[in-house]
Design a protein around this ligand. Sequence first.
Ligand code: AP5
Length: 195
Amino acid sequence: MVVVTGIPGVGKTTVLNELVALAKQNKFNLTVLNFGTIMNGIMRDLGKDLHRDDMRRQNLEMQKKVQELAASEIASRAGQGTAVIDTHMFIRTSSGMWAGLPEKVLERLSPQLLVLVEANPEHIAARRRSDIDRKREGSLAEEIAFDLAWSRAIAAASAVMTGAPVKVIRNDDGKQKEAAQELLEVIRRAVEGHA
Ligand code: AP5
């Protein structure tokens, strides 16, 4: 299993859509699962039908419970081929910055590779502002630079806990296909056991 993370608006879902197309062309068996979508479905089953951007504003104990359920569901869904999980190193909640991959989640997912998708803070700010159907907060470049650094810190901790390597993939403006190409190569190396 491969975990792909990036702060909101960095474009990880865009890169992962390109990855799916590229994997198909290259006959590489890969499935992308979005952690937020699975959490959203579990919350709906529990009677909370929420916009995806409102989940992080819920009671943290409830989010923790749903996070663990989502990790178990992902682990059980990962069948043949490589499962790629679209998620976050951390989530800004009203209680503070909360790990997207705490120990119990990492144990269930047992990733072979951790990926950080990154871009220039100014570009991320512009992407956030352009997505008018989303409720993303914070489009100040200084705050975004802090979040990129915080993600790296959590990735380092996750690398120690799992033994999995961390790869940084740049998603520069207009370069989502190049980012997907680099991602496919690093996923191949990880699952085929190359250094
Ligand atoms: P999540 O499901 O991850 O939200 P999302 O909508 O998928 O993703 P983001 O908001 O992070 O945006 P993105 O970086 O994928 O950007 P996009 O590709 O859209 O999370 C939803 C919620 O689920 C979280 O808030 C949290 O509550 C919960 N959650 C998830 N994981 C969790 C976990 N582990 N634990 C607990 N809770 C969890 O692109 C953005 C824009 O940029 C688009 O307009 C796009 O066209 C543009 N763009 C992208 N790439 C480029 C490029 N190269 N050049 C120019 N424009 C670009």
